[in-house]
Design a protein around this ligand. Structure first.
Ligand SMILES: [Zn+2]
Length: 263
């Protein structure tokens, strides 16, 4: 994991557990320490972000069956970052060591520049936590990103406007974006489409499709089967069907929504 230095400018630190208004699940206290280093945002904004991350971490660990993990995650906030981003050491046993970088404007909510619909207005902190707590280890990241988007929708606070669904229902926003793009991206093209640009409709649609597809899988068959497949199992073993035939089922699910939801 790469170290980052913050120059001479003041960096403030907050550690989970110090803040008073945490709403983590009472029955589960993660053994992962959360630390927040920030500049370019207020202390109140930092407190809110850390509380959100603390609650999100407990929920995500519980939901994904990752309660045994321990270690730490450092969240850094600064204006010098362009998009929310996370990195982590390869997990060893139950040890987690991760880092999340969040642009200051995603925390302040004053994002400017670029087409409005293509830029997230929120920190996507729960999405990034999901990456660190549950990396699939697969080379193609469509399931990882889909899980991140699904988890962000499921566990983010009310009013959160994080990329790519900006607070709208993921399936509906996917249908809107697909309408505008004029095509559905093939499963094998998602990775390429997502990585092709730093913003724009193709990238956003890729994230949305991945999120919608993972949500469809989990809501149709449960989180356990999903995790079994996600962590190295095959679609056939988990679902009794090939990946492409489940993707076709998802297309049949989303296509009728495409005329219904528009920008
Ligand atoms: Zn992601």
């Amino acid at each position: 994991m790469q170290r980052l230095f913050f120059g001479i400018a003041a960096v403030f630190v907050a550690i989970s557990g110090v803040s008073g208004n945490l709403r983590a699940q009472a029955d589960f206290k993660p053994k992962i320490e959360l630390k927040l280093e920030y500049k370019d945002i207020t202390q109140q904004q930092a407190d809110t972000l850390l509380a959100q991350a603390t609650a999100g971490l407990a929920q995500v660990m519980t939901y994904l069956g990752k309660q045994k993990l321990e270690g730490r995650i450092i969240i850094r906030v600064a204006d010098s970052y362009t998009i929310p981003y996370s990195k982590w050491d390869q997990p060893r046993g139950n040890r987690v060591n991760g880092e999340i970088l969040i642009p200051g404007n995603r925390v302040r909510g004053d994002v400017r520049g670029g087409p409005q619909r293509d830029w997230g207005r929120g920190p996507a902190i729960v999405h990034e936590i999901a990456h660190i707590v549950a990396p699939s280890g697969r080379r193609d990241r469509y399931l990882d990103e889909g899980l991140g988007v699904f988890i962000q929708e499921k566990f983010s606070p009310k009013g959160d406007k994080s990329y790519p669904n900006m607070g709208y229902d993921v399936h509906e926003e996917t249908a809107r974006a697909l309408n505008e793009l004029g095509k559905i991206i093939a499963m094998s093209e998602l990775e390429t489409e997502r990585n092709a640009r730093t913003f724009g409709p193709g990238r956003k649609v890729a994230y949305l499709q991945e999120g919608s597809f993972v949500r469809y899988l989990i809501e149709s068959n449960g989180i356990e089967k999903f995790m079994q497949m996600y962590e190295g199992g095959s679609y056939e073993a988990a679902y009794g069907k090939a990946a492409t035939s489940i993707y076709d089922e998802w297309i049949a699910f989303i296509r009728p929504m495409m005329g219904k939801f528009r920008y």
